[in-house]
Design a protein around this ligand. Structure first.
Ligand code: FES
Ligand code: FES
Length: 556
């Protein structure tokens, strides 16, 4: 382990000069030490509403703030360039504006984990203050192109924009006030796969993410690339000690790595490694002898961070150093070290029997058999990143997609002139039921039954988000991994997460049903994947590379 920690020393004649600017109305000074504006905000000034989803890649937009009123990506802005300027984060927006955005995002379900939200709010506030019309979606889609959201599927963010800019913030707040936010949080927790709550604090960047609550003065530890940890007094120092290089997009395309099993198949499917691509990279902190803070504070990881390696590491580091320690993975660390959705290669016969071959993953065979007892599971060892069955239904979803697509095809065979929508129905092992249809207009329509709805805004939002994730999985998402197991895609833009402008309309119908509330969006995820795959004619290899468009539309 590299460990460059030295006792802190008083400023010397060689200490860096200071950079003076204004943050949220207060004059501040930080050392001119080559840091980014994001590091200055979070680590020198304690402003934690600006989030770090990919620094220094500058690709996710989570760190967006306003500089002299214009949106700026703070992780690639040297703080030196900010001298004398005025920085505004969501904390520094006027009370009316904060209420406007919090109300609009709450009323539409436009924030789930909330990690991306403060940056998006800053971007949209920059647009609003220029007088952009509420119904003018083109500039909104262009503005959102600078951001990534893993949870919401974008549509509700567009709705929040419209609500906030039509002067209907009062309506939005009223909608928020009438709601049972505890019930909304229960629904969000069921859907997100980790504890989540719903409230204005989530929208405004105070959801309690682990790296936001770390105590001042904690040591910072980052992976050193050799299986150990580089430790420093600051993030900049720790990353410098680890010799971090900026992530890159490799030249290798994501290709399904497994061969299909031998056989005569009615349908065959091969998927690639898939990066969960949650935006809040793994983080935790711990005091000596204490319990690590959960990296799942308001999650958004859909199960992918359940076994995060930061928990054990931070406990050991705090005990070893006898000081509070904060562990933070960079985007590259998360891609290299975090679990992936395991690739599969599967064939099914018309009667639902067949073979599903997958990269060896604990619990995968049981997950498949929970929905498809007729599939034989073959697990193979393959060089590559770790895989996990905890990632959004990994295993059972693939099996359910195959069976639902078989049904969709036989229904279509009976439809006159192929005129029917592509419809797929999935029931999850938890009991959630979804029916998804891709219409000739390119829209996705979803019906969900998962017990008491609890909160229609949240459940609808998660259903739209699941549709977005499913559409991306089928059409554009994949992680390039070489034959020797080396990951080629290390930037957050290289995983193929669909942009706002690429999303078709998603219409959701929620059905109340009896019993205990259960997760519904995983069934939506599977049903939409099957319906989209069907609408594209069941090409064997995912990602298919074809976006969803109305029949007859010309690809751009
Ligand atoms: S953290 Fe700055 S763009 Fe992602
Ligand atoms: S709400 Fe956007 S990443 Fe979670």
């Amino acid at each position: 382990m590299s460990d460059p920690v030295a006792p802190s020393s008083p400023p010397s004649p060689t200490s860096p000069a200071q950079v003076a600017f204004t943050v949220d109305g207060r004059p501040v000074e930080v050392p001119d030490d080559g840091s980014s504006l994001l590091v200055a905000l979070r680590d020198h000034l304690g402003v934690r509403s600006a989030k770090d989803g990919c620094s220094p890649q500058g690709q996710c937009g989570c760190c967006t703030v306003l500089v002299d009123g214009a949106p700026r990506v703070a992780c690639v802005t040297p703080v030196r360039r900010i001298a004398g300027r005025v920085v505004t984060t969501v904390d520094g927006l006027g009370d009316d504006d904060r209420a406007r955005w919090a109300g609009a995002f709450l009323a539409t379900g436009a924030s789930q984990c909330g990690f991306c939200t403060p940056g998006i709010v800053c971007r949209l506030e920059g647009l609003r203050s220029k007088g952009t019309a509420a119904d003018d979606r083109a500039p909104v889609d262009r503005a959102l192109a600078a951001h990534l959201c893993r949870c919401t599927g974008w549509q509700t963010i567009g709705e929040a924009w419209a609500l906030a800019t039509t002067g209907a913030a009062g309506t939005a707040l009223a909608l928020g006030a009438d709601r049972d936010l505890e019930a909304a949080g229960r629904r969000a927790t069921l859907e997100g796969g980790s504890p989540q709550h719903v409230g204005a604090d989530v929208v405004l960047g105070r959801a309690g993410f682990a790296d936001d609550t770390a105590p001042e003065g904690a040591l910072v530890a980052v992976p050193d690339g050799d299986g150990g940890w580089a430790v420093g007094e600051t993030l900049t120092e720790a990353r410098a000690a680890a010799g971090k290089v900026q992530g890159r997009h490799g030249t290798v395309e994501p290709v399904p790595p497994l061969d299909l099993p031998e056989g005569e198949w009615a349908l065959a499917l091969r998927t690639s490694w898939v990066e969960p691509a949650y935006l809040e990279t793994d983080a935790s902190w711990c005091v000596p002898g204490g319990e690590p803070v959960s990296p799942l504070a308001n999650g958004g990881a859909f199960g992918a961070k359940v076994g995060s390696l930061v928990v054990g590491a931070v406990r050991d580091l705090a005990d070893r150093h006898g000081r509070p320690v904060r562990v933070l993975l960079s985007r590259e660390d998360t891609v290299r070290l975090g679990p992936k959705r395991p690739p599969v290669a599967a064939g099914v016969r018309a009667n639902g029997t067949g073979v599903l071959r997958a990269v060896r993953t604990a619990g995968l065979a049981e997950a498949v058999h929970a929905v498809a007892p007729g599939l034989v599971v073959e697990e193979v060892d393959l060089a590559g990143p770790p895989t996990s069955v905890a990632i959004r239904g990994a295993g059972w979803v693939e099996a359910a997609v195959l069976l639902a697509a078989l049904e969709a095809r036989s229904a279509l065979d009976g439809a006159p002139g192929g005129s029917a929508a592509h419809v797929a129905r999935v029931v999850s092992p938890a009991g959630g039921e979804a029916v998804a249809a891709v219409g000739l207009d390119g829209a996705i329509r979803v019906e969900v039954r998962c017990g008491p709805v609890l909160d229609p805004i949240v459940l609808r939002s998660y259903a739209i988000g699941a549709a977005h994730m499913a559409l991306g999985w089928v059409t554009s998402e994949g992680l390039a991994v070489d034959a020797d197991g080396t990951i080629g895609d290390l930037t957050v833009r290289s995983f193929g997460v669909l942009r706002a402008a690429d999303m078709p309309l998603v219409e959701v119908t929620l059905h109340e049903s009896d019993g205990e509330p259960v997760n519904g969006s995983d069934a939506v995820f599977a049903a939409v994947a099957a319906a989209v795959w069907s609408s594209q004619g069941w090409p064997t290899d995912w990602p298919t590379g074809q976006l969803l468009r109305p029949a007859g539309a010309v690809p751009q």
